[in-house]
Design a protein around this ligand. Sequence first.
Ligand SMILES: [Zn+2]
Ligand SMILES: [Zn+2]
Length: 736
Amino acid sequence: MLNKYALVLTSIKGIGVKTFSYLIPESLKEIIQIGQPVLVPFGRMGLINAFVVGFSNYLPENIKAKNISKILDTTPIFDIDYLKFLEWVADYYFCSIQNVIECAVPMKFLNTEKKELSQKFIEFVSFENATKRQKEILELLQNKGKTDLIEFEKEAKTTRTTINKLAQSKCLKITEEQIYRNPLNIFKTQELQDFPELLPEQQEAYSQIEKRLGTHSRILLHGVTSSGKTEVYFKAIKKVLESGKNVLFLAPEIALASVLTKRLAKRFGTDITAIWHSSISDGEKFDVWQKIKNNEIRILAGARSAVFAPLKNIGLIIIDEEHESAYKQTMPSPRYDARTVAQKLAEYNNCPILCGSATPDINSYYYAKNSNNLLEMKKRYNDYPMAKVKIIDMREEHFRANNGIFSRALVNAIENNLKDKKQTIILMNRRGFSTYTQCLACGEVIECPKCAIPLIFHSQTQTLKCHYCEHEETLPEKCPKCGSEALKNCGTGVQKVEIIAQKLFPDARIVRLDSDSMSKKNQHIEILEEFSKGNIDILIGTQMLAKGLDNPNVTLVGVINADNSFNLPDFRSCERGFQLLTQVAGRAGRGDNPGEVYFQTYNPDFFALETAKEQNYKSFYETEIQAREDFDYPPFSKIIRLILSSKNQYRAERCAQEIAMRLNDIVEKRQISEPLAILGPCACIIEKLQEKYRFQILIKNKLEDKGHRFILNFLSQVKLPDDIKLTVDVDPLDIL
Ligand SMILES: [Zn+2]
Ligand SMILES: [Zn+2]
């Protein structure tokens, strides 16, 4: 029997993404399918766009359904398997399927009124090489003046492919920003690059991967920095493509995905390669989506959201720099982790997932080791030695009357490096000028009025900024509490390091790299490019420095305060600190010149610092995994974090207590309070955020799926008053 009603998904301004039921007219009953775009009547808005997501024969009594007006395209945009996959994500992360669809499917695909982008980025260059149709388009463009791609596509009734062709034939110029987001906009492979012969270690890793193709294994390629992991990936990709299957390749952020896409295109061709991330335009997404459906795209590279692209027949999923926290989306919901979702995707496709890192996530290493899927590469490419790391005990510096933030040894090393015309990287992993502003008369520390954390002074703007919300205010002249003028900016941030470095090395070309130094979105790409051209002597920055910098002229790395990464009140802080120090140390000595690294510290015997000095992951892992086991932290449990927040502190706390009590009752009755431990409630470390008080309950689940479902079932029955918000974070990356 044919279905009477169709469930359609819409995205309406002010209402959000929601599903509604509509009657299927007789004429459409034979052709209607899941995933088709349709037009439906919606109140005073008239006809609106929607997707078919389900069918039924019954409706609740009080609902009267209207007819579907039209099927816009009989070819579905997605299929039932894809919906099931998104449903799994919604279940696992405890959010609605609508929420996941909104994040996964570019809902603006079909909106008749596309939002116009503000930036105009096409420049008109010449008509010479254009065909007749292209000339028409160019004329139209010229008449309209410079315009943006989306508007242009609509106006000229053209496609992204035509625009790309125009750009490639140099009739159009597309801005840096656009190229940065999608290098394939102007890049066309003429001749494919050759594959180099793999070194023995690479070859061994590759053959282990080859053995696992066609199985659902989770492989970890642990290779020291600069060991040549990419060539191993590329050979595996080649093998998978030859077998007729496709490859999904994830990188932790857009900039890295962009560089990667270009490398892939050079090796495998622009026609079969595509990029996917949150910043490519809907027009580009639409193009890629269509090509994926026609199986024209064989390699899809992208940042975390690419895990939702509808790529089919996947033979391999690669996750590079798999330890990066950017794979997890914390805000907004769905709070998914692309690594976990990719694992599910690999399961559906019965293909392996290949994770790579020099400093793997503790969990990944644990699982790989215990499932015999751990591959190691211990040598740097071309046998370049690892950089020598020296630990500088800053207590001794103070004892010898040096109270500066640069030790004498580091200053000497920088001076020598400048003389040798080599480049230096200085890491100070704290934004801003100082770390807090205090009144020396009464002791008051100036806090954000919306969040219970200190405001941080920024020297360029002469303002105090909150690093957790948007709040910004001018630095007051007097203490807001006692009126004294003795306000002091205490502690050290990266801006202070920059100013001091300029005084110490007045002739050096010094540039700062952090999220505050960027006025444009892609400015860090420009800075990194200037640095790689040798136009910067000393690059000072936050953790942004530690990623992907591959510059053979860098021979010195200095870490100003190696301790501050370890001091966060979070069970992952040792892991994060170790990763950051090892990664940044790996930036030195990537060419013929040996590298030198200095860690300045007040705690030189700390195990994570010592193992980072030796760049000995295994030794770090062994100590860390023991601590995790002792305290039942992942991988020995899985954590679900509940946050109850409200403007009313008392109500938020009471609500949290009640939920914790009910949960405790049930687990005790079922005698599972040991494997399903309910901790809290307690105030979050960031007690107040954006005017809301926050209380958390941590659940340590050692019952795997069973425990997960138990908690989610419980939560689905929780009813909360309107003024209290419950946030569920499954496998949270921090517990601040
Ligand atoms: Zn005061
Ligand atoms: Zn704030």
